[in-house]
Design a binder for this molecule. Structure first.
Ligand SMILES: [Zn+2]
Length: 341
């Protein structure tokens, strides 16, 4: 086994991956055809072409367009199954799949039916690939407080496999503070708390997510690099940063992989993890993320394995499951190292 094969074989955890951002062009085309939806796309290549963009605003536009094509709750079953199939191809054992119901409620889909379809896909993937998956709900920061509260009402009625809330969306225009009450209620409901922050906005956005939303993990957190006090704080409190180097490159958050702060954060002792975010839109997967930071940021196989272990550390699962995962990851790691040439 050579180094690249060893990296691919490493056991992995995926804590930050968007269900719709994982939508395969082929799955989208079949949905469009099946539902007889009017679209400019005739071939898979047309869709691949559309999945190219150079900045964050454009990315949000493409994402909104995809949302518009999902016209039936049942489509979430194959969407999540296909996503988890891709995850298992990277030897990912545990996934927290991000789902943004608000986007689809606007198109008159029902929350419970969507979650049921997602759970069907999760069950089928568990049986087929042995992969464990929980759901994190993205309340979408562009929503009003009432809209976010409505989603919490829905979660209360159908909480199956839902472990946390998050806010994604347009970070530059919609700061965290108005979601304080929503997060307080989510916490009381027993949900874990995460927010996208420090991706499209500066370090203040991260501070606000910590202060007002009391988050346990930060999605991205790239711009923490501009604030030494924040770096110290994140280290001291061991607040996890769910980092996605390739996604940050595609949306122009970093100029190059070499410019990504994950190396600096790791070396300073921050609790960082690697994730694929929107793998289909960013033309990446977890294997590619690991390989890129190995090649361009010098992460050794042991360090990459440590990133996988960080994922277990901060996963929203019980201690028994964590112990089991740690043991199986360590044994897989030893086998890989034994086979490494
Ligand atoms: Zn994200």
């Amino acid at each position: 086994m050579n180094t690249l094969e060893a990296i691919k074989a490493l056991p992995k955890v995926e804590l930050h991956v968007h269900t719709l951002g994982s939508l395969q062009p082929s799955t989208l085309l079949s949905i469009i055809k099946e539902d007889g939806i009017n679209s400019p796309y005739r071939t898979i290549e047309d869709i691949i072409q559309r999945f190219q963009f150079t900045d964050f605003t454009q990315f949000i536009e493409v994402y909104a367009e995809i949302v518009g094509y999902i016209s039936d709750e049942k489509h979430f079953e194959p969407i999540i199954f296909d996503m988890l199939k891709k995850c298992s191809e990277c030897n990912t054992h545990y996934v927290e799949a991000s789902f943004s119901p608000r986007d689809h409620l606007q198109h008159n889909l029902e929350f419970s039916r969507m979650v049921d379809a997602i759970n069907k896909g999760i069950d089928r993937a568990r049986k087929t690939f042995g992969i464990e998956t929980n759901i994190r709900i993205d309340l979408v920061r562009n929503s009003t407080q009432d809209e976010a509260m409505e989603v919490l009402d829905y979660i209360a009625k159908n909480p199956h496999n839902i472990v946390s809330v998050d806010i994604g969306g347009n970070e530059g225009k919609f700061p965290p503070k108005p979601f304080a009450e929503v997060y307080e209620r989510a916490h009381k409901m027993g949900l874990h708390l995460v927010a996208h922050a420090g991706e499209a906005a500066g370090p203040q956005s991260i501070w606000d997510a910590i202060q007002f939303l009391k988050v346990e993990r930060i999605g991205h957190g790239v711009t923490a690099r501009n604030d030494p006090k924040l770096i110290e704080y994140l280290k001291e409190k061991q607040i996890c940063l769910e980092m996605s180097p390739i996604g940050n490159l595609r949306t122009g958050v970093v100029k190059s992989i070499q410019d990504h702060p994950i190396r600096e954060f790791y070396d300073k002792g921050l609790l960082v993890t690697v994730n694929s975010d929107d793998p289909s839109l960013f033309h990446t997967d977890l294997n590619n993320e690991y390989i890129q930071i190995h090649e361009h940021l010098g992460f050794s196989i042991l360090e990459l394995f440590q990133l996988s272990m960080n994922g277990i550390e901060t996963a929203f699962i019980d201690e028994v499951s964590k112990t089991e995962l740690r043991e199986s990851f360590s044994s897989e790691y030893r086998q890989i190292m034994d086979q490494l040439e």
